[in-house]
Ligand binder design. Structure first.
Ligand code: GAL
Length: 409
């Protein structure tokens, strides 16, 4: 109840315009508490903070504490949303925030985190660019007594990470695969159908989970010949897309279409792990595919450009992950750590977002990291209103496409 009131206050703050435009490629953003120069938003932040304080338990751990937030890049829409939701929610709870984006460059992210350690932040939240390159930096964080939460992407090969907050990543892929099974009615149709895969960044531990979840859901149909892969590319390494780049996904799909489909072979499914890659793949299909059918294209994230493609019939679905809720869960885990508690399954009792506590799935090579995993769900053109219900999206003035409720100008 308290949590819901708090989240409502925060989401009105977010809607008021604390949201930076996506696509801004300026690399190094640093933000301090209450540096917001929008007077109205500041008042709202104060209101939200007051409300949070009023609702907070006696062990308010925020006073004088700074949280360092390391996000991968501004070039993908979702990380702009994550950064802003985290910043506004932590500030509303009374914390100072240092927020950095590191331009998808792992050296820069190491430097940025070192800077936060030097600034003596009290806790680090990190969405890793390359999950395997942070071990030394995190050893330094550990030496400095700074707890670390892996945000969205697991950080590998370190014992310095205390918790992982993400979505159920295998289920994200599974939902994509199951969508294909249903859309093609694979249990009844005779087929055969043709499918191609586009997976994510090999440096991102999530990417394998997404691919495996999707592949496992369609595997039996591939094995029995109802689904064919004309390119033969069925291994993650063959279809991975460095940095989740739209341009790379576009070029890869153009090559696939030129090499295996130019003779009129029909492409039925382009199974893409996320929206940034789906955007490139849909573009390749629009420009380079000769078939008359409209292939199924999957995605993940609910990015605005992809929601437009869903309305226009160029993408079939996206797996939606409410990153405002992800930020909210991260805040609760952080509050518990910073007030000296050891968060466990019982933290879920106070959460309004649906999530599970998982102590077995995420092994980073050194330890199994206790994880809070939120629940993703499928969005198609038939249930776009579900996104409106989150309060984070609204219909545009023509009532045709969805836009963010946050001011993105
Ligand atoms: C993943 C994340 C996805 C997607 C992708 C591209 O780690 O879980 O939601 O955004 O990165 O940045």
């Amino acid at each position: 109840m308290k949590m819901k009131k708090f989240l409502a206050a925060v989401s009105s703050l977010v809607m008021l315009g604390a949201f930076t435009a996506c696509g801004d490629s300026s690399s190094n953003e640093s933000t301090n508490n209450n540096s917001n120069n929008n007077a109205e938003a500041t008042t709202k932040a104060d209101d939200a903070a007051t409300e949070a304080d009023a609702g907070a338990d006696n062990n308010n751990s925020a006073a004088g504490k700074t949280v360092g937030i390391a996000m991968p890049t501004k070039s993908l829409e979702r990380w702009n949303r994550d950064g802003e939701y985290l910043k506004s929610q932590f500030e509303a709870a009374g914390y100072s925030v240092e927020l950095k984006y590191s331009d998808n460059n792992d050296n820069q992210q190491n430097n940025d985190i070192q800077g936060m350690i030097a600034d003596k932040v009290d806790l680090l939240l990190i969405a890793a660019i390359d999950g395997s390159t942070l071990s030394q930096t995190l050893a330094d964080a550990k030496d400095a007594g700074i707890p670390v939460i892996a945000y969205d992407r697991l950080i590998m090969n370190t014992d310095a990470v205390s918790y992982y907050v993400s979505f159920d990543n295998y289920t994200v892929g599974k939902l994509q695969g199951e969508y294909v099974v249903e859309a093609l009615d694979l249990d009844n149709a005779t087929g055969p159908f043709n499918i191609e895969f586009t997976a994510g960044d090999p440096a991102d531990n999530n990417a394998g989970f997404f691919f495996n979840g999707a592949y496992d859901a369609v595997k039996k149909y591939i094995d029995d010949g109802k689904l064919n892969i004309p390119s033969g590319k069925k291994k993650f390494e063959q279809v991975a897309t460095a940095q989740w780049s739209t341009d790379t996904a576009l070029a890869n799909m153009q090559n696939t279409l030129a090499s295996y489909y130019s003779d009129g072979t029909q492409l039925d499914v382009a199974l893409c792990s996320n929206d940034s890659t789906a955007l490139g793949v849909a573009q390749a299909i629009s420009s380079d595919y000769n078939g008359k059918n409209v292939p199924i294209v999957t995605g993940q994230d609910g990015d605005i450009a992809n929601l437009k493609n869903i309305v226009d019939g160029k993408q079939s679905m996206t797996v939606y992950k409410n990153v405002s809720d992800e930020a909210g869960v991260t805040l609760e885990v952080s509050k518990a750590i910073l007030s000296g508690q050891t968060p466990d399954a019982s933290l879920l009792d106070s959460l309004s977002a649906e999530a599970t506590y998982d102590t077995s799935s995420y092994d980073n090579g050194v330890k199994t990291v206790p994880s809070y995993l939120l629940v993703p769900y499928v969005i198609t053109k038939d249930n776009l209103d579900k996104l409106v219900d989150t309060g984070l999206y609204q219909w545009d003035s023509a009532n045709k496409y969805l836009e963010s409720t946050a001011s993105t100008t």
